[in-house]
Every structure is written in structure tokens, then in C-alpha cells.
Design a protein around this ligand. Structure first.
Ligand code: BGC
Length: 746
């Protein structure tokens, strides 16, 4: 109690515009700005990673983390640093986080100008870097739920648990389009479809920020990343060149950012890569003309990690750091994630003095940043009150995690209805992901690469533990069989498999992200193929459980399986959810948020062109292992009575589409209806189809419901050769659940 009273008192002296409560935010910002020196302004534009201020011993950070107060004080008093980020290594306790933020803010508020520091973190599906926070399914898994409302709830909990650590800014969501399956950050996306990404993004931003212009103590500001076109490097390797014509940028990569800006997102992080030979951190057209101009983005743009320095160190478009800072700030970047030195401050101050960066550009950047600080409530509450967050890691938050994961898991194959498994079956569990929390959680789990999930998530169930809990120790045997990189005791695995009724083979990928996750072959690793073949040779039915961040090709072994469950990166409840799907307690309802490829050289998306279809390319046309939107259930759904309100649509009109969906099986289930439209003839070669709307509902056995969709001309539009969004007159085919109907746009 005493401690709390003391901290309230220390924070009470925040900048005096607080008392000027009759001013609106813009007035407060300009009043504050008018009092600032150049050095203070540049400090606001600087973001430093916390490891720059942590004590280490023999090159290793002290655990738990300890501030080197001299370094922290230098950053704040000398360089006037306005923002900090990151954990600096491994996750820390909630208590440490609170003290960390309080310490930083106390120092910041001792300064002449008294501006609180804005701390940002990658709480990408839960507050990853705080021990014991709830780790939800990663974005790609959440996309498979096709349930934005559920994702919104998860985001609200992630925001609450991030705020519980007194952090008000989240570097999430990723709105990159996941259409290059080799890319090691596919799992951080909502998949390959722009409409799905848009809908998930809007919902999650609402979950993070709440509905107002400002955020309260349970919400965080979102940061849209990585604007834009980051996700499609030609090679599939992270941070390597992309070649994307502006028409395609506007058709596939921009709409989700535009919708998110409209939905109120206040901060945007920039694509680390280059497009058409221009690093996006230097691209004024993309950053200023499109984002701040066309989209009227009023928030601020933060660079990605070290990316201003990389303009000279890697991209070689600047001669030195100063040149790089000039190019990036003049292109429109407002804040530099430097991340660990003060070169940005020194160089930007010099550039302004030399007239190479204008004071008005600096004022614009600082105003944007200050506005977000005011709207985050930082001037009123720079840290937080521990007592406000009793629900951190609570049973209800963990229950929601289970419910979300249950909606994501996707059944891709179920021959002879082998699943669910009958009680009493003898189950042999095997494979590299059976007994590890790493492949369930993936990267950004307590540390960047998700390396220590087995230690930090000890209290959670691996797939093996969960299956044992559900089916009974007496019915479950285990052998590792293989790691991701080498075969283990195959003989032991085969002997145990032969003695069981069914084999549950858990394969996929270990945790990774960014450049360390680059691969030169998207095929699932050889030891896993070898294990699958050896097990199948026993003649026992094999159920594959895929735990992987991107679709690793399994065409060589898929025919050896009886069933395939796709678990993506389901998070901390993944083990329990997989076991409950095997037992039939959960009826899977996820659908693939991307095309699952069959062959390494055919990585085409579902919205391919007609020339890429099997009709015109019978040898190598679109013929994936499983198509986008594919996913089975333990029940059956039929679609009937597709009706379209009018045979024609005009620019101001609306089409009402109705379809009846029935559960014709024996158990309750959820199903997502996917409504596609195909433009039959267009001035830019049309895609075979595009998802234009979806709805997920639950039906009891024997139950039917009529779904209604309302569509406007814009839903059938595309970007033409003049970079304009148009809907061209002509025929369109609507398709849903195997039914089709044609209408004419005129
Ligand atoms: C990643 C971003 C992340 C940032 C801060 C970068 O390496 O690309 O997604 O938000 O680091 O951790």
C-alpha cells in the first residue's frame, strides 16, 4: 500500500498540460511542442532497445534483468529518448516488468519537459515476454478459425495482460499477406487472402485498442506491420528483394492496411525489405504519399529493427549513417528503432542544423508521436497499478485460450472416419513435436526464437501429456522416432507402433522466426519422411498431426496417412486441444488460411489466374495438396437454395445473397461458408475467384439456417492499369458451398 502511494506521488508531477484539461489533444501537442528544444524533439523520435541499459556478466545479461542505471540515465537525461522496446533476451516476471516501466518513467518525468516514455513490445498473441502470460494460437492458426469475433476476444486478453505489465504499445498485428509459403514469417500472418487478413486485422485492432479514440488501462495501441509488401520476397527468404508492381501492391497488399488505418490504428511499422530495388525505409511514395497522404494516416511510422542503419550497412543506398537518417526521415519515418546506440540522435540533430532535414518534418514526426502518448493516457498514468489486473493468467483467460485453439485446429483428412478414436484404443504417439512445447508455440515465445518453451511452459501439456491424460496411461506408448533433423531409435518406434491400434505421428517444424527460419527446401525434413514410411510399413493406421508455421510439403507421405490434423502453432492449449480432437470432444471447424502446396515448384495461391489452372496447364497447374478454405468436420454440412436478390447490380445497388446450410450429420458442428466471386472478363486478367465474404455458424444435427450476405459494387472491384479501383461491367459468378449463380454488373 505504502509503495503504491509513493509511486502515485512520484508520477503526479507529469507535464503540466495535464492540468490544462480544457485543451483538446492537438492543442496539448502543439503547446508542448512549442516548448521543446531540437534535442528533445529528436529524443522523441528515437527508440532504443532495453538491452542497451541492462547489466551483464561475462557477456551474458544478468538474470533476472538489472538496469545499469548510469546507462539508462544517460539515455534519458542526455539523449532525451522517447521510446523503448523489447525484453532484451528471455521473458521476465510481471513484477520485474512493472518495476522496469516505473523506473524508466520516474527518470523521464524528472526531466525538464516531463514526457513519459512510450514502451513497445511484441505481444503478438499474448504478452510473450512476460512469464506466465497466456500464449494464444499464433496468427496463422487464428486465421484458420475464420472467427474474427473470437480473435478480438483473444486480442483483448492479450492487451489486458500486456497492460498488466504496464506496457501500452503492441507491435501487432502483422497484416502482411501470407502468400509466399517459403517465407519464415508466414505463421505471423493471417494467411494468403486479403479479405480474411482485413477482417481479422480489424477485429484484432478493436480487441487491442477498444472502441474509443484513446485507450484505457486495459488496452494497448496496435502497430500495423510491416507496411507493406514485406511478405513476398521472390526467394522466400526473409528480408530479400521483392518485385511487386504498384498495381499488385494496391490490389493485394494495401487494402488490409487501409482498412486498419480506417479502423483507428495509430502506429505503423515499416517493411524491412526492398521492393523493386527500393528499400521501403527510403520509399517516400509508399510512406508519405500513400500512407500519410492517400490513407490520411494521422498516427506515426516507426522503422523496423535497425532498418535505418541497414540503408547503408546492407542495402547500400546511403553512404553512411547520417545519409541513411536523412533519407529515411525525409521519406516519412517518424521514429527510429535504432536499436542500441545514439547515432540516430547525433546525426538527426546535425542534419536539421545543416538544413538537410527540415524542422517542419521533425515537428510533424514529434507531433504524431506526442499525440499517441496523450491518447495512450501516458501523461495521466505513465505506468499502472498492479491491483488493476487480477485476471492476469486467470482461469478465464486460459479457458478462452482453449476455446480459441479449438476453433483453429483443422481436419484435412479422415479416411474411413478413423477419427475420433474410440475409447480404449491403444495409441502409439511419436514424432519430434509429440513431447515438446516449442513446436506448439513457435517463435516469439518468451524469447525471440521461442527456444526455451520447454522450460518456461512446463506447467502446460505437450501433445503426449495431453493424449495420456485423455486416453489413460495404460493406452498410450511413446517413442521419439526422429528429431526434426535426424532419425532416432526407429526400431523402438516401429516395435511400439506394431503393438498399438493406431499411430499418432506428430511432425512439422521446430520454433523459428525471421532470417534464422529461412529454408532452402519447403519439403518436410527427411528424417520425418523416413519415420512416417517406417511406421506406415507396420500396416497400422497413421494419424498425422502437423505442428508447423508454414505448409511443409508432405506429398511423399500423405498417402500413408489415414487422417491429417493441422495444428499450426496452436499455443499453450495446443496439446489439450489436439487430444480432445482425437477423442471427439472437440469437433474441428478450422479451415486452411492458405493453399497447402503439393509440389515445391507449384506454390500458387487460390486466387491464381486462369492460365495457372489445370485447364490450361494440365501438367503443373494449380493442384495443391489442399486448397485455401479446406477443412473437414466430424459432421457433414450441405448447402442448398442459393438465391441472389437481383440478376443485375449497378454502382449504387446492393445484392442480397442467401443460402441454406444444414447439418446433415450426427454431431453438432461449426462451419464457415465462404462466398467467392469470379469476374468473367476484365481489363486486367481476372483471378479464377476471390473470397468476398464469409460467415461461421454452429448447427446442431438436423438443424438448418439461412445465411444472408449483402454485397456492393466495390466487393467486385479491382485495381486497373491506371491504378484506379474499378468495377467493370459484365458477368460475375458467385459460388458458395459448391453452388453457383451468375449476375451482371451494369
Ligand atoms: C521484427 C518486427 C518486430 C521488431 C521489434 C523486428 O526484427 O521484424 O516484427 O516488431 O523486430 O522486436
Amino acid at each position: 500500500m505504502k509503495k503504491y502511494a509513493l509511486s502515485v506521488c512520484l508520477f503526479a508531477a507529469v507535464f503540466n498540460v495535464k492540468s490544462q484539461s480544457n485543451m483538446n489533444v492537438d492543442q496539448k501537442v502543439s503547446t508542448l511542442l512549442s516548448r521543446m528544444t531540437l534535442e528533445e524533439k529528436v529524443g522523441q523520435m528515437t527508440q532504443i532497445s532495453v538491452e542497451a541499459f541492462l547489466k551483464s556478466t561475462n557477456g551474458k545479461l544478468n538474470e533476472p534483468h538489472e538496469f545499469d542505471m548510469a546507462k539508462l540515465t544517460e539515455a534519458i537525461s542526455k539523449y532525451k529518448i522517447g521510446s523503448m522496446l523489447n525484453v532484451g533476451g528471455d521473458a521476465q516476471t510481471l513484477d520485474l516488468w512493472r518495476k522496469r516501466i516505473e523506473t524508466i518513467q520516474k527518470l523521464a518525468l524528472k526531466e525538464r519537459i516531463k514526457i513519459p516514455v512510450l514502451y513497445g513490445i511484441d505481444a503478438i498473441r499474448g504478452n510473450n515476454y512476460t512469464l506466465e502470460s497466456v500464449l494464444f494460437p499464433q496468427q496463422i492458426a487464428q486465421a484458420a478459425s475464420f472467427n474474427p469475433a473470437m480473435a478480438q476476444k483473444a486480442a483483448a486478453v492479450a492487451a489486458y495482460e500486456t497492460r498488466a505489465a504496464f506496457i501500452p504499445w503492441n507491435f501487432s498485428p502483422v497484416l502482411d499477406l501470407g502468400r509466399q509459403p517459403v517465407w519464415p514469417r508466414i505463421w505471423e500472418t493471417y494467411g494468403e487472402d486479403p479479405h480474411l487478413v482485413t477482417e481479422m486485422g480489424k477485429a484484432v485492432i478493436l480487441g487491442y485498442e477498444g472502441s474509443g479514440q484513446t485507450i484505457d488501462k486495459y488496452h494497448v495501441f496496435a502497430c500495423l506491420k510491416h507496411y507493406m509488401g514485406y511478405s513476398m520476397p521472390l526467394s522466400g527468404h526473409d528480408r530479400t528483394p521483392a518485385w511487386i508492381p504498384e498495381r499488385e501492391l494496391r490490389e493485394y497488399f494495401l487494402p488490409q492496411f487501409a482498412a486498419a488505418v480506417k479502423a483507428g490504428a495509430k502506429t505503423v511499422m515499416v517493411n524491412s525489405g526492398e521492393i523493386n530495388g527500393i528499400p521501403v525505409h527510403s520509399n517516400k511514395h509508399i510512406l508519405t504519399d500513400i500512407l500519410k497522404g492517400e490513407l490520411q494516416f494521422k498516427g506515426f511510422i516507426v522503422s523496423d529493427w535497425q532498418d535505418i542503419q541497414y540503408l547503408y550497412q546492407r542495402h547500400k543506398i546511403a553512404v553512411d549513417n547520417k545519409d541513411a537518417v536523412m533519407i529515411a526521415i525525409n521519406a516519412g519515418i517518424d521514429m527510429s528503432m535504432v536499436p542500441t546506440d545514439f547515432t540516430f540522435c547525433d546525426d538527426l540533430i546535425a542534419l536539421v542544423k545543416e538544413g538537410k532535414v527540415s524542422m517542419s518534418r521533425v515537428d510533424d514526426a514529434v507531433s504524431r508521436i506526442l499525440k499517441v502518448k496523450f491518447e495512450a493516457g501516458l501523461f495521466d498514468q505513465p505506468a499502472g497499478n498492479a491491483k488493476d489486473y487480477p485476471l492476469f493468467n486467470s482461469p478465464q483467460h486460459n479457458k478462452l485460450n482453449y476455446d480459441v485453439a479449438a476453433e483453429c485446429i483443422t481436419l484435412l483428412k479422415n479416411e474411413d472416419q478413423i477419427l475420433p478414436l474410440a475409447k480404449g484404443k491403444k495409441i502409439f504417439v511419436t514424432g519430434p513435436s509429440a513431447s515438446s512445447m516449442r513446436p506448439l508455440n513457435g517463435g516469439w515465445s518468451r524469447n525471440w526464437q521461442g527456444l526455451n518453451s520447454n522450460e518456461t511452459e512446463k506447467g502446460k501439456n505437450t501433445i503426449l501429456e495431453a493424449i495420456t491424460n485423455v486416453f489413460g496411461t495404460e493406452n498410450v506408448t511413446y517413442s521419439e522416432g526422429a528429431t526434426f533433423t535426424e532419425a532416432k531409435d526407429l526400431k523402438d518406434a516401429v516395435t511400439k507402433a506394431a503393438a498399438a491400434d493406431v499411430i499418432v505421428l506428430c511432425i512439422g517444424e521446430d520454433s523459428y522466426t525471421e532470417t534464422p527460419g529461412n529454408i532452402d527446401d519447403i519439403t518436410i525434413s527427411a528424417p520425418q519422411i523416413e519415420l512416417a514410411k517406417a511406421l506406415a510399413a507396420t500396416g497400422k493406421p497413421v494419424v498425422f498431426v502437423l505442428t508447423e508455421g508454414r505448409p511443409r510439403i508432405i506429398s511423399a507421405i500423405e498417402p500413408l496417412s489415414k487422417a491429417v490434423i493441422h495444428a499450426y502453432l496452436l499455443g499453450n492449449e495446443g496439446g489439450n486441444v489436439i487430444a480432445d480432437v482425437l477423442a471427439g470432444k472437440i469437433n474441428p471447424s478450422g479451415k486452411l488460411p492458405y493453399t497447402y502446396p503439393r509440389h515445391t515448384n507449384s506454390l500458387t495461391n487460390y486466387y491464381h489466374k486462369f492460365t495457372e489452372s489445370l485447364e490450361f496447364d494440365p501438367t503443373a497447374g494449380y493442384n495443391p495438396q489442399w486448397e485455401f478454405g479446406y477443412g473437414l468436420s466430424y459432421t457433414t454440412f450441405t448447402y442448398s437454395d442459393l438465391k441472389v436478390s437481383d440478376p443485375t447490380l449497378d454502382a449504387n445497388g446492393e445484392l442480397t445473397v442467401t443460402v441454406k446450410m444444414s447439418n446433415t450429420g450426427k454431431v453438432a458442428g461449426k462451419e464457415t461458408a465462404l462466398l467467392y466471386a469470379s469476374d468473367m472478363v476484365a481489363s486486367i486478367t481476372p483471378e479464377v475467384k476471390r473470397l468476398r465474404a464469409f460467415q461461421k455458424i454452429e448447427l446442431q444435427p438436423g438443424e438448418s439456417k439461412v445465411l444472408t450476405f449483402t454485397l456492393k459494387s466495390e466487393d467486385f472491384s479491382f485495381i486497373n492499369n491506371d491504378l484506379k479501383r474499378v468495377t467493370e461491367p459484365g458477368k460475375f459468378t458467385l459460388s458458395i458451398g459448391g453452388l453457383t449463380s451468375v449476375f451482371t454488373y451494369q
